[in-house]
Design a protein. Structure first.
Length: 252
């Protein structure tokens, strides 16, 4: 059975392992980052604008963002969002909204910030973008070029992890017993490389990764890997974990 490294946050590892098993693959899981809610007053300011009727469009870029927003917004948030147009960046974000009684009006054909900005424009409207601190700047730029008045609220910060579990994972990777590496975001890749660098094993790890198959979700993640000397074999057309694994399975 081929062994596939999965570097997702801890909350997603169980479902990732299950999906890999369904494809006849064994997961080698390690969380390379964690998500921490932002408490700088930005979310409260957004909620005040929403309640005051100063928002026309809300864009949520991840299912994680939906969860953090609902945790902060309380029971009244669903009703307030019902008075504006809500857009989701992908099917998991859309599903997370719908499970909480919030209907998404639209979703880009490719689940990325660039595609959302390209396919939707909101001239003259007050648009709120709710996302992590590592959001793609192309979204804000594209919306503003389309005539929207954009406010960005950071719901959570993405923090790299570098403890004993991550160190053990680097050693496992260096052993040659992993057949493929997957990266779901730029931060998962960056965190892994930082861990290897702190161990004095960065170049050795890159060599080992390049000897195997590599899959990445999204062009920013793929470009980050390439710029750091790592070849990328698979970037799925639709940016979901499941489609990445499906594409990877075809080349293993």
């Amino acid at each position: 059975m081929k062994r596939v490294a999965v570097t997702r946050p801890a909350r997603f590892l169980a479902s990732a392992e299950e999906y890999l098993r369904s494809k006849g693959l064994e997961a080698v899981p390690v969380p390379m980052m964690e998500m921490v809610p932002r408490n700088d007053g930005g979310v409260d300011a957004f909620l005040d604008r929403l309640q005051a009727g100063k928002v026309d469009v809300v864009i949520l870029t991840s299912q994680n963002g939906v969860g953090f927003l609902l945790d902060r917004g309380g029971k009244g948030l669903t009703g307030m969002l019902g008075s504006v147009e809500v857009f989701a960046i992908g099917p998991k974000t859309k599903k997370a909204l719908e499970q909480n009684g919030i209907m998404a009006k639209g979703m880009p054909s490719t689940y990325s910030s660039e595609c959302l900005a390209r396919e939707f424009s909101f001239p003259g409207k007050r648009v709120e973008v709710l996302r992590s601190d590592h959001g793609n700047p192309a979204l804000i730029k594209g919306l503003e070029e389309g005539g929207a008045m954009v406010a960005e609220t950071i719901l959570y910060d993405i923090v790299p992890l570098g403890g004993k579990d991550q160190e053990a994972f680097v050693r496992e990777a260096l052993s040659g017993r992993i057949d493929a590496f997957t990266f779901t975001s730029t931060m998962t890749a960056k965190s892994l490389l930082l861990m290897a660098e702190s161990m004095g094993a960065l170049e050795e790890l890159k060599k080992e990764i390049n000897a195997k198959k590599v899959a990445a979700i999204g062009h920013p993640t793929a470009e980050f890997l390439k710029s750091n000397g790592i070849r990328v074999d698979v970037v799925p057309e639709r940016f979901t974990f499941e489609e990445m694994i499906d594409a990877l399975a075809r080349v293993l």
